[in-house]
Design a binder for this molecule. Structure first.
Ligand SMILES: Nc1nc2c(c(=O)[nH]1)N[C@H]1C(S)=C(S)[C@@H](COP(=O)(O)OP(=O)(O)OC[C@H]3O[C@@H](n4cnc5c(=O)[nH]c(N)nc54)[C@H](O)[C@@H]3O)O[C@H]1N2
Ligand SMILES: Nc1nc2c(c(=O)[nH]1)N[C@H]1C(S)=C(S)[C@@H](COP(=O)(O)OP(=O)(O)OC[C@H]3O[C@@H](n4cnc5c(=O)[nH]c(N)nc54)[C@H](O)[C@@H]3O)O[C@H]1N2
Ligand code: SF4
Ligand SMILES: [Mo]
Length: 691
């Protein structure tokens, strides 16, 4: 490979027997500190760093298998060019030189007509700030490509927090260990937030009460004292009824409310319409459980809520997060460091986003924005004044949209377009890579530098390369550097090497020397961030009422918004389906790793005995799950993990590894949430039949 810029991502790759400090790159709140043991350039094992307070030497089952994934025989080793029809997965190896030359000339030709016809598509395959949006973002900004609204996971809840608390931040995860009451709300912590669960266990052993609120009887729900198994998308109703009871029993912190909140009178009026009986009816739970939750919340201190993203993947997800985020202010739970609420800590990091991504390279242009959730519809749109130019090229990295985006039949139809030019940077031949014109092999976390913020704690982590790139793989950054060079981009920022970008990510706020030394550094911050109020909202208060939402034409107060697809509203599709993660996968990552696939066996649909019997479905039978959007086949597991009327289609399998070449997203819709333009994966009606 030639190219004037030569930056070896493996510079400093050690030899002999060494241990290399790193960070888990995956989209998981825990962002663990890793130690990779390397013998003569070969990674032998990946373990948790015992010195890192959050990791405590423990990794999840998935990342414990990291070397298996890294050296998997199916790993992409060479650039590939498509030779068969789109989707056939037929490719031939080509040199980097010819792949990058051809890609650059195709992108140049499209950009000459209209650069907005080119769309980057990326998400959190790696959460690294360097291999995520750094050189890639600079590249697309300089090009003037369409912008991507990266909404597929967390924007409904994230923006709801901004409207309420003013920040994506809250209770420090380590202080949950001191709580007397922990409400685990829409989170399967054992599966998706293991290191928080360790804190909850400490609290439990010290006598704390754990309450889980989840339509699915998860392994986490089973281990809590109480499980409120509500219908999907009814959380706001439950939270409003809790408020009703706080008012009725005067379990309020009047002083905190008066000093540090905005809009109490209006919220009070609304909450009084949500009697426990009304909420019990809406949520499909016994009224005693609503009262139990309110009493616990109203009479226990310190009390904290671990809210997670599972409960915001419905039409009213933003409102639900807003309603729940009001609860700590009502009881003054924020006064204690072990009280309050945590959804995400990501807003607490002083990340130098502009330095990393260089939006100034847009030079005054304002390209349109494509919402990543509606990529199915958008790939099928023609040019129009409203939409802008038809999408002619997609560059996909750190994401597997053909598997993870909703309404797969549309996504597949879009990716199948013969007139679409698609480049995919990947570790493996995923469902998305099957539709590429070029597949470019990318390095894994063991092979490159990166730096990480987190969303479940407040430490910065540095990741050092432990081994040389496998095969001919290159870092995402290097691929975009070499493309930039071929496009003729001469700004010095395109030559920044990865270590330089790592240093720029947090400026002087985090000591880079400390990171080089230990691999992690804690952000400074108060123990109890809102003990004296000082919410970073426009009013400086916890905003029960939001003027900013009113200006957007939305309700200024949180309310219960029924799902788009409410159970009972359709005779054809009587069952509500949620599709939370299978424990041994991380979204669609790890589905192809043999040992983890063996642990999950096959795509499953959990169905309650009553619903199964009504359809003549036996445990273990192959079933057809369908609605107007599509059909999916998987194996039924008759189980009380599902509540009556709700089925759980565990995700997110690769389509081609499923039973009939589809996955659960064949059934999900491209509609958006009330706040934050987020996805509604768990707002979905289906019917199930024995196949
Ligand atoms: N093992 C594993 N870990 C993961 C992931 C993974 O795929 N596998 N994914 C990672 C990513 S990207 C994310 S965003 C997080 C996701 O992790 P979480 O934020 O915890 O979200 P989910 O796993 O989607 O859902 C959590 C729980 O919410 C429940 N739920 C579904 N609908 C509702 C509802 O309407 N109300 C309530 N109260 N609960 C509901 C689900 O049944 C599930 O048990 O986890 C990360 N960690
Ligand atoms: N039905 C349903 N659908 C869902 C969800 C659900 O709960 N139910 N969850 C949603 C959520 S929360 C999320 S966050 C999205 C996640 O969607 P995605 O962000 O697309 O996540 P993954 O499926 O894990 O795919 C990430 C891909 O990035 C690749 N990758 C990892 N590191 C690198 C790298 O350094 N370079 C390159 N080039 N590639 C890399 C991996 O190999 C993997 O194929 O899915 C969403 N889809
Ligand atoms: S996926 Fe989560 S729990 Fe597993 S190693 Fe990574 S950060 Fe830790
Ligand atoms: Mo996510």
């Amino acid at each position: 490979m030639s190219g004037a810029i030569s930056i070896s991502p493996s510079a400093g790759t050690p030899t002999g027997l060494v241990q290399v400090r790193g960070a888990c790159p995956h989209d998981c709140p825990d962002t663990c500190a890793l130690i990779t043991t390397v013998q003569d350039g070969v990674a032998l094992k990946v373990q948790g760093n015992p010195d890192h307070a959050h990791t405590q030497g423990v990794l999840c089952n998935k990342v414990s298998r990291y070397t298996e994934r890294t050296y998997d025989p199916q790993r992409l080793l060479h650039p590939l060019r498509r030779v068969g029809p789109k989707g056939s997965g037929r490719f031939e190896p080509v040199s980097w030189e010819s792949a990058l030359d051809d890609i650059a000339s195709r992108l140049k030709a499209i950009a000459a007509r209209n650069p907005q016809a080119i769309v980057p598509y990326s998400y959190a395959g790696t959460m690294g700030l360097v291999q995520g949006e750094s050189i890639s973002a600079r590249f697309f900004h300089k090009l003037g490509a369409s912008l991507l609204d990266r909404t597929i996971c967390a924007t409904a809840g994230g923006e709801a927090l901004l409207y309420t608390l003013g920040i994506k931040g809250g209770t420090r995860v380590e202080f949950f260990a001191e709580s007397k009451l922990i409400v685990i709300w829409g989170s399967n912590s054992i599966t998706s937030n293991l290191h928080f669960w360790r804190q909850a266990q400490i609290a439990k052993r010290a006598g704390a009460t754990l309450i889980c609120i989840d339509p699915r009887r998860t392994e986490t729900a089973q281990k809590c004292h109480e499980h409120i198994q509500l219908k999907p998308g009814t959380d706001a109703a439950l939270a409003l009824a809790v408020m009703h009871e706080l008012i009725a029993n005067d379990w309020l912190d009047h002083d905190f409310i008066a000093q540090h909140t905005l809009g109490w009178e209006a919220l009070r009026e609304r909450a009084l319409t949500w009697t426990p009986e009304r909420a019990a009816q809406t949520c499909g739970v016994p009224v005693e459980q609503v009262r139990m939750l309110a009493r616990a919340w109203g009479t226990t201190q310190p009390a904290a809520i671990r809210l997670n993203y599972g409960m915001q993947r419905v039409r009213g997800g933003g409102n639900a997060v807003r309603a729940i985020a009001c609860l700590p202010a009502l009881t003054g739970a924020w006064r204690h460091r072990a009280g309050g609420l945590l959804l995400s800590s990501s807003g607490q990091f002083p990340t130098e986003k502009a330095a990393l991504q260089r939006p100034d390279l847009l030079a005054g242009r304002t390209p349109r924005t494509i919402n990543m959730i509606t990529i199915g519809d958008d790939l099928l749109r023609e040019s129009s004044a409203q939409f802008g130019p038809k999408i002619e090229a997609l560059v996909v990295y750190n994401s597997n949209p053909v598997a993870v985006a909703p309404e797969s039949s549309k996504v597949v139809a879009g990716f199948s377009r013969e007139d679409l030019f698609t480049v995919v940077l990947e570790h493996f031949q995923t469902d998305t890579a099957d539709y590429a014109d070029y597949v470019l092999p990318a390095t894994t976390q063991l092979e490159h530098w990166d730096i990480h913020s987190a969303y479940g704690h407040t430490d910065v982590l540095l990741n050092r390369p432990a081994i040389a790139p496998v095969g001919e793989s290159k870092t995402n950054t290097q691929i975009f550097r070499e493309l930039a060079q071929r496009m003729g981009y001469e700004e010095p920022c395109f030559a920044d090497d990865d270590l330089t970008i790592c240093r720029a990510a947090f400026g002087d706020v985090v000591s880079f020397d400390a990171l080089l030394e230990t691999g992690y550094a804690s952000l400074p911050g108060p123990d109890a961030p809102f003990a004296e109020g000082r919410f970073p909202t426009p009013s400086g208060k916890c905003e029960f009422f939001s003027e900013r939402l009113v200006k957007l034409g939305l309700d200024g107060l949180p309310d219960h918004l029924p799902n788009y697809e409410t159970a009972g509203s359709s005779a054809l599709y009587p069952l509500a389906m949620i599709s939370p993660p299978a424990r041994n996968f991380l979204n669609s990552t790890f589905v192809n790793v043999k040992s983890l696939q063996a642990a999950e066996v096959e795509p499953l649909l959990e169905i309650h005995a009553v619903d199964a019997a009504a359809r003549g479905i036996d445990n273990g039978a192959v079933v057809r799950v369908f609605n107007d959007r599509g059909e999916y086949r998987c194996r039924a597991q008759v189980s009380d993990r599902a509540r009556p009327g709700v089925v759980n289609g565990l995700g997110v399998w690769w389509r081609k590894l499923g039973l009939n070449g589809t996955n659960v997203n064949e059934l999900t819709s491209q509609k958006l949430t009330d706040i934050g333009r987020g996805p509604v994966f768990y707002d979905c009606l289906v019917q199930v039949q024995a196949a």
